[in-house]
Design a protein around this ligand. Structure first.
Ligand code: SF4
Ligand code: SF4
Length: 437
């Protein structure tokens, strides 16, 4: 992979930021919430409550001893109705804690601002808060804040690109919770020993750029970087390269390049948590798509079922053919609106059959557009062929594991080839082959 270009490639896609001027609204407490035990990258948590238990807002309901994990808290006060299972988007089953809300929203007595004086205190507090990457990845934040090479980390990159179409929840965070972001930055700088902060924002959000530039004008360590509106500027390696010029090579973590990368809403949450001690129990998500009657940004208790969120947005104005958790480029298709909001859920999109069109594939015309668009300069058509032939050696040579499944190659392909899907399959084949070895 060569990074000789000054800016990484990508695709010019429609923005459809229909809700950018919709201030976030807090949804009334639903009758029940369904809190998933799998809301982070890593092994799921196990319920630590039982049917009939009384819980309050902020009560611990799920936990795990696994390193790659984050605790889960109740978003409502009420009674545990049942511990059951749901089938998640990838077809696997996952435990859920269903809580009947009493509508009182009584706060758990253990919720109080953490005492943080050292880096170890900070990491412990972030772990206890249940924070995971709120931009969609769901990586437990306490692990990011405790890199092995702490002394070599000198830069905090805040990912505020929000490059996926439709989603504006991070944008609203920037406009509405600016002080939380500044408090989060101050805490990370203090406890990690960060020297410089880069905030990467796509240039289709001039108001957010202007506001954050104004609010950080007196701090020379903070730079607000205006990024070109070229999808996917919010991808981890891309944001780091665009804001710092540093390359996170294959197999490297951002910390290996001296960087901690965090999503802007995650940083705002850190600021808020250190002040209040309230763990991660609510989420702001953009609800949009042509099947939604009243698109808006909604703050909901985590575990609220999609059907309740959509009802709050005026319901469906036409039958929804496709329901997506996240953005249209990298989001996950969900099969039922009984599915609950997760910590890393930044959007819920519902499209009718007029918009959810899957065009038929035709043969490759060898135009090279897929390759010329890929930010990592991969060769998606060659990967597709190698996957079809089960040629694992070739897939490794083509560096398929670098593919972040951003969807650019499929988006630009005039033959409508579903290259991203073939890349996903190809990666599964490589993983299976290496597990077999
Ligand atoms: S999906 Fe993978 S191969 Fe396609 S453009 Fe994105 S990173 Fe490149
Ligand atoms: S963009 Fe589509 S048609 Fe063009 S080379 Fe790639 S796969 Fe073939």
């Amino acid at each position: 992979m060569s990074f000789l270009q000054k800016t990484m490639k990508g695709a010019k896609i429609g923005h459809f930021k229909n809700t950018e001027n919709s201030p976030s609204v807090v949804m009334p407490i639903p009758q029940e919430v369904c809190i998933s035990m799998s809301q982070h990258m890593g092994p799921p948590c196990k319920p630590v409550v039982a049917k009939g238990d009384t819980v309050k807002v902020g009560t611990l309901v799920g936990d795990s001893d696994a390193f790659l994990s984050a605790p889960i808290h109740s978003s409502v006060s009420g009674t545990v109705k049942e511990i059951s299972e749901i089938v998640v988007a990838n077809g696997s089953k996952c435990q859920v804690v269903v809580i009947a809300a009493d509508g009182e929203q009584t706060v758990d007595e253990n919720v109080k601002p953490p005492v943080v004086e050292t880096h170890a205190d900070f990491v412990k507090a972030i772990k206890n808060s249940g924070l995971v990457g709120l931009g969609g990845a769901g990586f437990p934040t306490h692990i990011k804040m405790n890199p092995k090479n702490l002394d070599a980390v000198d830069t905090l990159v805040i990912n505020a690109a929000e490059c996926e179409p439709y989603i504006t929840s991070d944008y609203r965070t920037m406009l509405e919770r600016t002080q939380d972001i500044l408090d989060g930055i101050a805490a990370i700088k203090k406890f990690i020993g960060i020297k410089q902060v880069k905030i990467g924002i796509e240039n289709n959000k001039p108001k957010a750029i202007e506001l954050l530039k104004k609010e950080t004008a007196n701090d020379p360590s903070v730079e607000v970087c205006s990024l070109p509106s070229l999808y996917p500027k919010g991808a981890e390696k891309v944001t780091i390269f665009e804001t710092t010029g540093r390359v996170v090579k294959e197999g490297m973590l951002p910390a290996d390049a001296g960087v901690i990368l965090d999503n802007v809403t995650s940083v705002a949450f850190i600021g808020q948590y250190l002040r209040t001690g309230m763990p991660l129990v609510t989420k702001c998500l953009t609800v949009d798509g042509d099947a939604i009657a009243e698109p808006k940004n909604v703050v909901v208790p985590i575990g609220t079922r999609y059907a309740d969120v959509i009802a709050f947005c005026g319901g469906y104005k036409k039958p929804a053919k496709k329901l997506i958790m996240g953005g249209p480029m990298m989001g996950i298709l969900v099969y039922s609106d009984s599915y609950p909001v997760l910590k890393n859920n930044n959007a819920l999109l519902a499209f009718s059959s007029e918009r959810a069109i899957i065009e038929p594939e035709s043969p490759c015309i060898r135009c090279g557009r897929c390759m010329n668009t890929c930010p990592y300069q991969l060769q998606p058509r060659q990967i597709e062929l190698a996957a079809q032939n089960d040629n694992i050696e070739m897939l490794n040579r083509l560096k398929v594991m670098l593919c972040m499944e951003c969807g650019c190659c499929s988006y630009v392909c005039p033959a409508k080839r579903n290259l991203t899907f073939s890349n996903k399959l190809a990666k599964q084949k490589v993983r299976a082959a290496s597990a077999k070895k």
